[in-house]
Design a protein around this ligand. Structure first.
Ligand SMILES: [Zn+2]
Length: 362
């Protein structure tokens, strides 16, 4: 596993603990749209009226990227990795582990469907959590991955465009087989390319395989939003990693602090044309501002910071993570470790619940 990280025993658990402990891993991201994207829960893009920055509380309307719309594509990415590696791992598992994990596999293949049947025995179910109804088989697992709504740095007015579209018939024409021309035209708001959403992914009580699995999902996921096969291209830039004994600041505070940094920078460089944070912001300036914002905010947090990775140290770790996850062999061994951790966790749950099988209290 990772060699570029010291004091790992203070950062990670060696097994998935049954009860909450005080270990937190925060992955600080700038999510950047790379094409026209739709983040919405119904017809319109989601927006929120909030203060402009920490120093300037003038209300502005920002785009909101809801939590579920961030996590769901990343879970699907991870499940693809699990599916790909499952047959080899199944062969390697001990009989004892196979017994614990049998619901995650069917004839050696990964058998857990997102939002359909939660197998309760795979890294996705255990890390991200699930809740299923029903008296006998019902149960739930609290998510160990915390994600919150993200807010665009630039305003809604400045970060979206309205496109009108013609709803084509199945044949790809505007005319149906009877010769009737379709009249339904519509208009839809899209997030424009190069809009930046600061977002923090927090992992509660992580093990090392868990941290790597979740970071890998974030780095691999390139499409988000309503139309994931057309457009929706997003790049996740990791701008910091913080290990601590409590939770750090919120996404909104992060966005506001970055805004202050950018505004301060513009003022210093006498760029009055930037007074209103006009889109497109420069990528490099956003990344630098976000790193300064982390430094600023972290000092006022009333928690213990065990390790904060930025600059070269962060680069080194990310390089190592990528060299790990891009190797077929290493990735497979990581997924195997994740499954074994889950098997041991399931065993712990059963042992802690002497009464009814599978109804362990956690
Ligand atoms: Zn599962």
């Amino acid at each position: 596993m990772l060699t570029n990280l010291e004091n790992k025993e203070k950062i990670f658990h060696s097994y998935i603990p049954l009860y909450p402990n005080g270990k937190y891993a925060h992955i600080l991201l700038i999510r950047e749209t790379n094409s026209y994207t739709i983040f919405r829960t119904d017809r319109d893009l989601n927006t929120a009226k909030v203060g402009k920055s920490l120093k300037d509380d003038t209300p502005i309307t920002r785009l909101v990227w809801f939590k579920r719309k961030q996590v769901a594509p990343e879970r699907i990415t991870g499940r693809g990795v699990l599916r790909e590696n499952a047959p080899i791992i199944w062969e390697k598992l001990s009989e004892e582990h196979k017994k614990e994990l049998e619901h995650a596999f069917s004839e050696g293949n990964y058998n857990c469907e997102y939002n359909e049947i939660n197998c309760q025995a795979c890294p996705d179910c255990i890390y991200y959590g699930y809740a299923i109804g029903g008296a006998e088989e019902g149960g739930s697992e609290k998510s160990k991955v915390f994600v919150d709504s993200a807010f665009s740095i630039t305003s809604f007015e400045d970060s979206h465009e309205e496109f009108s579209f013609n709803a084509l018939f199945e044949y790809g024409t505007m005319t149906d087989p009877s010769g009737k021309t379709r009249e339904s035209f519509g208009a839809e708001d899209h997030v424009v390319p190069e809009v930046f959403f600061p977002s923090i992914v927090t992992i509660k009580d992580p093990t090392e395989p868990e941290f790597l699995y979740i970071l890998n999902n974030i780095l691999r996921t390139k499409r988000y939003g309503a139309e994931t096969t057309r457009g929706g291209s997003v790049e996740n830039h990791v701008v910091g990693i913080v290990f601590s004994d409590g939770e750090i600041f919120s996404n909104l505070k992060f966005t506001k602090a970055i805004t202050d940094q950018l505004m301060g920078e513009y003022e210093e460089n006498n760029q009055p044309e930037h007074k209103e944070l006009k889109h497109p912001l420069r990528y490099k300036e956003v990344i630098e501002a976000s790193q300064s914002a982390i430094e600023d905010l972290i000092t006022s947090e009333s928690i213990r910071i065990i390790k904060k990775l930025s600059g070269n140290e962060l680069e080194d770790l990310l390089h190592e993570v990528i060299s790990y996850t891009s190797s077929e062999e290493k990735l497979s061994s990581l997924i195997e470790k994740a499954f074994v951790d889950v098997a041991q966790y399931r065993k712990l749950i059963k042992e802690s619940a002497p009464t009814k099988k599978g109804k362990g209290k956690k």
